[in-house]
Design a binder for this molecule. Structure first.
Ligand SMILES: *Cc1c(COP(=O)(O)O)cnc(C)c1O
Length: 370
């Protein structure tokens, strides 16, 4: 029986732990904590990695979304469109800046924003659309960007689950006016605590981001906005720089694990997020969709498999958003995904034996139900 940790942090640091620790020691003793060269270095390499001009580190992925929206001047009276099956933070960020989240449903096959519903959701108050590259699959951006442009609204990408994903030859997060990332320890690129980043090609927007992450300061003690205090810690930036070098290799390993799952599970009465040939899906999560979700979860957990449910309650049914009056039945795909998806363990360091163990336990479950 496999009882593996959900995230293998020793494997993430590998042999670089010793040089990293000596750098961190020097930073701790030297008082290099806030917006140091380590932060600028990481921001530069993260921007270059994503093929954009600028990146700015902030406290979390949620803050990245909040600060991007604030920097765009989005707030009270504005509407922002996203989809009902994302993680809570996407809609929360819209609400936190005082704007109104407007939801569309997910696509049956990709589990991403159903772009065909977006045009009908746009009103004269719409300012932005936030597609989420959910579970590591990049959202097709062409049609969405065209629609946004024609309607005079911007696209902000929630790329918190998609560091390194590629579609149409470009990185997820680099298409919209801004892309928002999380470095929460669970993500494909993980800090040792909370962290996030905003990427963009727009220098004026980045100037606003600089202000909104630093109490609205334009220059020291000159506060031109009421902002947050939300800066990526120097120590986290140093750790992230060390890991960024291996992100592509990890993402390839994730795709290899996913491919082995796909072939191992072929023929069973379950479905998976569609994989398109022109994309790099970075498999933040490997989701399987089944009518027998809860029973399968119980069975797998009983066999020592670290299967989990993400996310059991869609955004429109969360008590936090009761004020928006969304009803059960309003976003049927999001609801059925919340009832039918089960997340199988996936780490870049997983070996064949562990993957095949999981696959064999899924097969054993289906043999027991038919
Ligand atoms: C993790 C996540 C966030 C929020 O990031 P934090 O760093 O946890 O604040 C936002 N959106 C999505 C889709 C996420 O998965």
């Amino acid at each position: 029986m496999f009882i593996s940790p959900r995230y293998n942090y020793p494997a993430q640091f590998g042999e670089s732990i010793d040089s990293l620790m000596s750098d961190l020691r020097a930073m701790l003793l030297g008082g290099k904590y806030i917006l140091t060269t380590e932060v600028r270095d990481f921001e530069e390499s993260f921007a270059a990695y994503n093929g954009v001009e600028f990146a700015r580190g902030v406290n979390s992925g949620t803050d990245a979304l909040v600060i991007a929206l604030l920097a765009l001047g989005i707030g009270r009276g504005d509407e922002v469109i996203t989809h009902a099956n994302s993680f809570h933070a996407t809609a929360a960020a819209i609400d936190l800046v005082g704007a109104t989240p407007v939801l569309v449903d997910a696509d049956e096959d990709t589990y991403l924003m159903d772009v065909t519903q977006v045009a009908d959701a746009i009103t004269e108050r719409t300012r932005a659309i936030i597609p989420v590259h959910l579970f590591g699959k990049p959202t097709p951006m062409g049609e969405l960007l065209k629609l946004a442009k024609s309607m005079g609204v911007v696209v902000v990408e929630d790329a918190a689950q998609a560091h390194g994903a590629v579609i149409d030859g470009r990185r997820a997060g680099s298409f919209g006016v801004a892309g928002c990332f999380s470095f929460h320890p669970s993500k494909n690129l993980a800090a040792a605590g909370d962290g996030g980043a905003i990427i963009s090609d727009d220098p004026e927007l980045m100037e606003k981001v600089d202000q909104f992450r630093a109490l609205g300061q334009r220059a020291q003690n000159e506060h031109v906005e009421v902002g947050f205090n939300s800066k990526l810690d120097a120590i986290q930036a140093r750790i992230l720089s060390c890991k960024l070098e291996r992100l592509d290799a990890w993402n390839s390993a994730r795709a290899w694990v996913a491919e082995r799952y796909r072939s191992g599970l072929a023929g069973l009465p379950l479905s998976m997020q569609r994989h398109d040939p022109d994309e790099i899906h970075v498999y933040h999560l490997f989701q399987v969709r089944t009518k027998h979700r809860d029973a399968l979860l119980k069975s797998l957990v009983g066999e020592g498999v670290d299967a989990v449910i993400r996310y059991p309650t869609p955004i429109h049914l969360q008590p936090a958003f009761a004020q928006f009056g969304w009803k059960r039945g309003q976003f049927p795909v999001a609801e059925s995904l919340s009832e039918e998806l089960i997340c199988l363990p996936l780490r870049p360091d997983m070996e064949e034996g562990e993957i095949d163990y999981v696959t064999s336990k899924v097969h054993a479950f289906y043999e027991s139900v038919v």
